[in-house]
Write a protein that binds this ligand. Structure first.
Ligand code: B1M
Length: 211
């Protein structure tokens, strides 16, 4: 399989052809991880470069995101091994002011695949929603927050502050990530962990829980 065909289908927003291309790659014995990384994510990263260079605009990016989701829908069951007893419960969300969900969904998929129970709060999640859910649900061990915008990063800080105010921070560890987020920022706002990508999010969560 030439991954460029998948890259191009994402770039062209060719939603209808993605499932076929993904199936073709799987039939050729290519692993779901390789299809994800070299096909879908690599395609989306070209979209990002073109968006930044003003070569394409929001409507094209939205269609590319839909094409990416069409591929993810097929890969998800293969990436997520059906779990035995969940290792721990994780609240996941894209923070307030931010509607990007592809990276967050990938993190959720990888965490589920690693045997965690993931409660996905969705996008544009305000601090009080994280706190409310963490206090309602039993045994939440981790709050995982994603931000793709420099303007939404402060919402991560707000959530950490709100968790401290509620006293929940002593029971729950916080992991953050997303393209503009760094280890330095995580240290600055008092997050317990930072991960640059979805696979390392799993490693970080395991480290924090000592498993
Ligand atoms: Co937007 N967007 N976008 N966008 N968008 C970016 C993020 C941007 C970098 C593009 C650019 O200018 N180059 C830029 C942000 C600039 C900045 O703040 N630094 C940007 C902008 C400006 C905007 C708008 C403001 C545009 C506008 O309206 N003028 C607007 C904001 C809307 C809002 O959120 N309030 C906007 C809108 C959109 C769309 C709706 C059109 C669409 C989102 C569709 C969707 O998500 N359903 C969109 C998209 C698709 C992108 C780009 C092109 C791709 C993002 C993506 O999905 N990447 C993006 C450019 C880029 O990133 N190259 C861009 C693929 C995904 C797999 O990567 O999400 O980074 P990512 O996730 C990675 C890691 O970051 C990490 O793991 C994943 C991979 O393993 N990770 C975590 C993510 N969360 C994690 C959490 C963790 C650990 C790791 O622990 C909990």
């Amino acid at each position: 399989m030439d991954f460029k065909r998948i890259n191009d289908a994402i770039l062209d927003g060719n939603i209808a052809s993605i499932p076929q291309l993904v199936k073709e790659a799987l039939d050729q014995g290519i692993t779901p991880e390789a299809i994800l990384n070299q096909g879908l994510i690599a395609g989306m990263s070209i979209v990002g470069q073109k968006f930044k260079a003003n070569e394409i605009f929001v409507p094209e990016v939205l269609i590319a995101a839909k094409a990416m989701h069409a591929g993810l829908d097929l890969l998800e069951p293969l990436l997520v091994k059906s779990g035995i007893k969940p290792k721990a419960k994780i609240l996941l969300g894209t923070v307030k002011g931010d509607l990007h969900d592809i990276g967050k969904n990938l993190v959720g998929m990888m965490l589920k695949g690693a045997g965690f129970e993931v409660i996905d709060l969705g996008i544009d999640v305000p601090a009080d929603k994280f706190v409310k859910k963490a206090s309602e649900e039993e045994d939440v061990s981790i709050i995982a927050m994603s931000s793709l915008l420099t303007t939404s990063m402060p919402s991560m800080k707000d959530t950490i502050e709100a968790l401290k105010m509620s006293g929940l921070n002593s029971k729950v560890k916080i992991v953050i990530g997303g393209a503009p987020v760094t280890q330095e920022y995580a240290d600055e706002i008092g997050a317990d962990g930072y991960a640059p990508d979805a696979s390392s999010a799993v490693d970080r969560v395991k480290e924090l829980l000592g498993i």
